[in-house]
Design a protein around this ligand. Sequence first.
Ligand code: EPS
Length: 391
Amino acid sequence: MAFHYLSAGESHGPCLTVIVEGVPAGLPLDEAIVAEDLARRQLKAGAGGRMAIETDRARILAGVMAGRTTGAPIALSIPNRDFAAWQGRAVPAYTTARPGHADLAACVKYGFDDIRCSLERSSARETACRVAVGAIARAFLWHFGITAGSFVASLGSVPEVSVPQAEALAFAAVSPVRAPNTAQEDAYLQAIHAAKRAGETLGGVIVCVVEGLPIGLGSYVTPDRRLDARLGAAVLSVNAIKGVEFAEAFRNTELEGSRLHDPILLSEGQIVRPTDHCGGLEAGMTTGQPLVLRAAMKAIPTTLTPQPSVDFATLTPAQTTYERSDTCPVPRACVVIEAVMLIELASALCERLGGDSLAEMRRRYAALPTAEMLHLSPEPKVFWPVSPGQA
Ligand code: EPS
């Protein structure tokens, strides 16, 4: 499978490690390319003290020679700077589970007597690995004119406003909270400030848009090849993501069929789709329109405000305790959503094209069929001849 990855590493261990296989040979790649996306994930607004400690930089340990991928597995390592502070330190046991986190189920499932054994891995620190792999996918897809952007559509109780998509993406790219415009940016910053003062956390809705996709990535023929299902699974695998829709799928249920679906029109010999209610996917395949995914991120469970729980050590009622966390990781999570989507799309493009090197794939890409090439001259056929047993 192309762009298949496996990460390892704890939040406060020495480093995070990720191996990605199936990246075609010949892709220009260096640590600076990966560093760009890692820096985009490290937005300070809404982040806790940890972001001031880390300056994520991935070392490329394998799979790249003379500035290009070789087609061999790529190994990356991202040091945890905070490791130094934890090294050799006796840490008090953590035995009161946080509602909404992995804590309770993980201790029961794995038999841990200290929640730290699960929280170190269930921490969103791991998303740095996904962003590093996403940077490789982004660099690959760039050669085919495929790009991604994202913005925070709503945050906490600040409602969504209507902003033209291109405007929202351009503004968000330089916004400290990835807001779609100035008014939303001010409102998000205020909401984060208020939540921090109140010892609370905030969720939000993230919109990710991928442009430049060819028609026909993914397939309808088997459930596992449906790109909507694959993208949905990828995005739902990100910490604290609880819901996914393509375009405004839930609101679109209010529209009747003939008003909902995007007309197929002919304009100067070109097949065009004037609207994108489907969010760029029909029957699990790309339509060639922008792919629009919306993800709901819940308010994260580590709150300064105590929550009712039970202390496992004494089996007595207890309030959750707090060491350090983010107030609102929604702006940072935008970059993670982009990454997991780009990884899935890079994989689907490799499947569509076949081939082992970027140069070979670019030649194949140029030869992909387009809608304008369709000239059907069907003849009557017997699709299901009567077999002898049925006669
Ligand atoms: C996280 C808690 C915080 C976050 C962390 C995710 O870390 P710490 O426990 O060290 O204060 O900052 O996110 C990252 C470290 C990161 O790189 O995104 C959690 O509990 O999930």
